[in-house]
Design a protein around this ligand. Sequence first.
Ligand SMILES: NC(=O)c1ccc[n+]([C@@H]2O[C@H](COP(=O)([O-])OP(=O)(O)OC[C@H]3O[C@@H](n4cnc5c(N)ncnc54)[C@H](OP(=O)(O)O)[C@@H]3O)[C@@H](O)[C@H]2O)c1
Length: 287
Amino acid sequence: MSRVDKAGSFLLGDRKINRMGYGAMQLAGPHVFGPPKDPVAALAVLREALAAGVNHIDTADFYGPHVTNRLIREALHPYASDLVIVTKVGAVRGADASWNPALSPAELTQAVHDNLRNLGVDALDVVNLRAWGNMQAPTEGSIEESFSTLAELQHQGLIRHLGLSNVTAAQVKQAQGIANVVCVQNHYNLTHRGDESLIADLGRQGIAYVPFFPLGGFTPLQSQALSTVAARLEASPLCVALAWLLQRAPNLLLIPGTSSVAHLRENLAASELRIPAPMLAELDALA
Ligand SMILES: NC(=O)c1ccc[n+]([C@@H]2O[C@H](COP(=O)([O-])OP(=O)(O)OC[C@H]3O[C@@H](n4cnc5c(N)ncnc54)[C@H](OP(=O)(O)O)[C@@H]3O)[C@@H](O)[C@H]2O)c1
C-alpha cells in the first residue's frame, strides 16, 4: 500500500492533513447524478482511501444529489478524529441532472443543513463557497452576500472553516475582507494553468490551493510527452500528472477522483514518486 504521508502535510485551518487526499464526485452515478452503478465498490474506494492514510475528502451534497455524502457517512461514520471532510455549496441539481446556481442566503443555509444531515455531523469541517461561472475560468462578480451568509453560519458554529471555489484573485480578496479563507479550489492541472500567480500568492499567505480536475476531469489527460516521461519513471501517466502537481507548490493539495479501487491505488502511488528536474522541465513545457 502507498505511503500517502510521503507527499507531506499541510495545515488547513487548525487541522493538519496529508497533501494527498481524495475527491468523491466520481462515486455518484453517470453525470454525477443518482446512485453509483456499484454501491459496494463505492464504499470500498472510500474505505481503501482511509486505510491508505488519506485524511482529506472532498465532496458536495449536490453530487447525486446527496449520494456521495450518504456514501461517505455509510462507509466512514463515526469519523476518524483526523479526517477532514471538505464540502461545497452554491449549486443544486435539476431533475434532468442539470447544474443550477443556488447562491441566495436561503439556498446556502439550506445546503449547509443538508450537508450536516447527510454527513451526520454537528459542524462541517470546511465549506467552500462555489461561485458560479464556467468550468474553464471563473467569472468576476461580487460574492459578498453569499460569503457573508456562510460567515454568519460559521459564527453560529455550523462551519469550522471557510474556503472558496471557482473564484478569481479579486474574489479571494473580497472574501478575505469578510472572513478567514483556508483554501481555494479551482480548475488546474498539467495542461490547464491559469492560476499560477494565484497559487503563489495563496502560498505566501499559508492558504491551500486544491486543484479540481487534477487528472483532466471527465476526460483524463493524454499526452505523448507525459506518456514518455511516465515510461521512463516506470509509472502510469496519471500518477506522473499527480506527482507533477505535488512538486509544483507546497500549498497544493490533491483530491483526485475515481470510482475504482485499482485507480485509487495507482493515484495514491504519486505520493512516493519523485520526478527528477530534467523530466519536470519537460512536463512544465506541456502547458
Ligand atoms: N469545485 C468544483 O467546481 C469542482 C469541479 C469538479 C470536481 N471537483 C472536485 O474535484 C475532485 C477531482 O475532480 P474529478 O474527479 O472531477 O476529476 P479528476 O480527478 O481530474 O479525474 C477523474 C477522472 O479520471 C478517471 N481516473 C481517475 N484515476 C484514474 C486512473 N488511475 N486511471 C485512469 N483513469 C482514472 C476517473 O474515472 P474512474 O472513476 O474510472 O477512475 C474520472 O473519469 C472531484 O472528485 C470533486 O471532489 C470540484
